[in-house]
Design a protein around this ligand. Structure first.
Ligand code: SAM
Length: 235
């Protein structure tokens, strides 16, 4: 028996780019003032794409957004300022809110910064922050309270991303949109240590239930209509 597992270096699935990213502009990302750590911005680069693809959901009553991986709340605040603008819109965040010395270069709990930013945005009562791991917490969310929009940006290993995609998919409404982050992250790393393979395999295996509407640094998956889903063989 060899000591080490063979390393997977490539696989055969069409993963060519789909869709364009609109050009960035100089508009400020946020209207309000928030306490975000400057060197920990994993979000702002996505704004041109999100502004364009999420426009159809803007200000919809009772819109529900699920976010896996929120950290200090950059993506969550942007969603409330721009898309979850109807007072009846709600969000759920799942994150262990990891904090270790030096992580955010400031003291205190990441969850406290997240909550303070939600307060500053005036949306504290509209966000449920679940402190925990998505692999556990997603299984506790009720399937009869689905979401129209889901963002997967938590654990970045292929195992973690695949489990998030499968569990979150069941919570996504027909015609809902799932955004998977970091498809092109760290190409020099082993496939097992980054999201790409999990996103490709998920999109491939679930192809009859979805359309890949964008594939670039992020991948956007649109769930099929209720009618299409109802005509598939029973799970
Ligand atoms: C890149 S950050 C998220 C950035 C955030 N979306 C933003 O806009 O700033 C990744 C987050 O995923 C969280 N995370 C790591 N493992 C997780 C897991 N198993 N379940 C949920 N969240 C996880 C980390 O605590 C961290 O806050």
């Amino acid at each position: 028996m060899p000591d080490q597992q063979p390393t997977l270096r490539s696989y055969e699935i069409d993963c060519s780019p789909i869709g364009e990213v609109p050009p960035a502009d100089d508009a400020p990302v946020y209207r309000g003032r928030y306490d975000f750590t400057p060197g920990k911005d994993w979000f702002s680069a996505n704004v041109p794409l999100w502004r364009s693809v999420l426009a159809e959901w803007r200000d919809l009553p009772a819109l529900r957004y699920l976010e896996i991986g929120s950290s200090e709340g950059r993506s969550m605040v942007w969603m409330f300022e721009n898309i979850l603008t109807h007072p009846s819109a709600r969000a759920v965040s799942i994150d262990p809110f990891y904090h270790w010395p030096g992580y955010l270069e400031k003291d205190g709990e990441t969850l406290e910064y997240f909550q303070a930013n939600m307060r500053n945005a005036g949306v504290e009562s509209r966000v449920q922050a679940i402190r925990g791991h998505s692999q556990v917490e997603l299984r506790r969310l009720p399937l009869d309270q689905p979401f129209q929009l889901i963002y997967v940006d938590g654990n970045h290993r292929a195992t973690g991303v695949l489990e998030d995609l499968v569990l979150a998919w069941r919570l996504l409404e027909p015609r809902g949109l799932l955004i998977a982050d970091d498809y092109e992250w760290k190409p020099e790393w082993e496939l097992s240590e980054r999201p790409r393979m999990a996103i490709d395999f998920f999109a491939h295996v679930f192809a009859e239930e979805l359309e890949v509407v964008h594939r670039g640094y992020q991948v956007l998956l649109r769930k099929a209509s209720a009618e299409t889903l109802a005509n598939l063989p029973m799970p």
